[in-house]
Design a protein around this ligand. Sequence first.
Ligand SMILES: Nc1ncnc2c1ncn2[C@@H]1O[C@H](COP(=O)(O)OP(=O)(O)OP(=O)(O)O)[C@@H](O)[C@H]1O
Ligand SMILES: [Mg+2]
Length: 272
Amino acid sequence: MPLEVEGAVVEFGGGLFGGRRKQALRGVTVRLPADRPHVLAVVGESGSGKTTLTRLLLGFLRPTRGRVLWRGRDLASLDAQARRDYRRDVQAVFQDPFGAYNPAYRVDRMMLLPARRFGLAASGEEARALAEAALSAVGLRPAETLGRYPHQLSGGQRQRLMVARAIMLRPKVIVADEPVSMVDASLRATILESLWRLRHEAGMSLVYVTHDLTTAYQVADTVMVMRNGEVVEEGDVEQVIRAPRHPYTQELVAAVPPPDPTIDWGLEDRVA
Ligand SMILES: Nc1ncnc2c1ncn2[C@@H]1O[C@H](COP(=O)(O)OP(=O)(O)OP(=O)(O)O)[C@@H](O)[C@H]1O
Ligand SMILES: [Mg+2]
């Protein structure tokens, strides 16, 4: 796995106005297998530090202590070329993508420009075909969506757009923070499946942040349970959900109905 977090502590506050410092992460390590693509779910209650962890992985935030490594090198000291690779190979899907979009750009520009810039398409037509396929994969109608501005889309459509953009770019890693929280339940499985498929089809890893143990169970290989800035339990998703060891994980699992192997989530290969 090219992306790792080592003993990260993140503190906020305590600056100029002497407010109390708050530790959003208290020594978190994320290691994924180096030899194969992997889906890691990160679950935990609101405020447990999930988004903070994704911001570290995406290089938007530096840890107060500890390190974030890309292909074994500290993110803080990448040279220009490595930084470009990292920007291309690690893509984000945000919890609330509104702020992530330039309001002056229409969807076509947001999709077509990176397709060209990252060398995925040799011509405008090719870029358009890639964009259309990605939009269709998340249930958006390309003809309707491409001409719109971000504010002309619903929250769920914006989330889907962000997933479409990420999958179109075929990165090595997608870091997705509650990527389907605003999407109708009926579409959630389809979108998660599009993300999940990329593990096999494109050799891509996924860090999937969610409140929702049910979808974590559907898509993940391993799961990390966070509470109050710490990882309280991690391991094989099947094991953690069927036999949780930490009392907090037991509470989480008790709060959702047990996974029913007879339910078809649209992930046939997984729920055997
Ligand atoms: N920029 C910031 N400045 C100060 N405190 C912050 C900042 N960002 C996050 N925090 C605090 O750090 C803690 C972890 O926040 P984080 O957003 O990572 O939680 P989360 O697990 O993503 O929650 P949710 O499930 O609600 O999205 C919270 O107590 C939050 O208030
Ligand atoms: Mg969050």
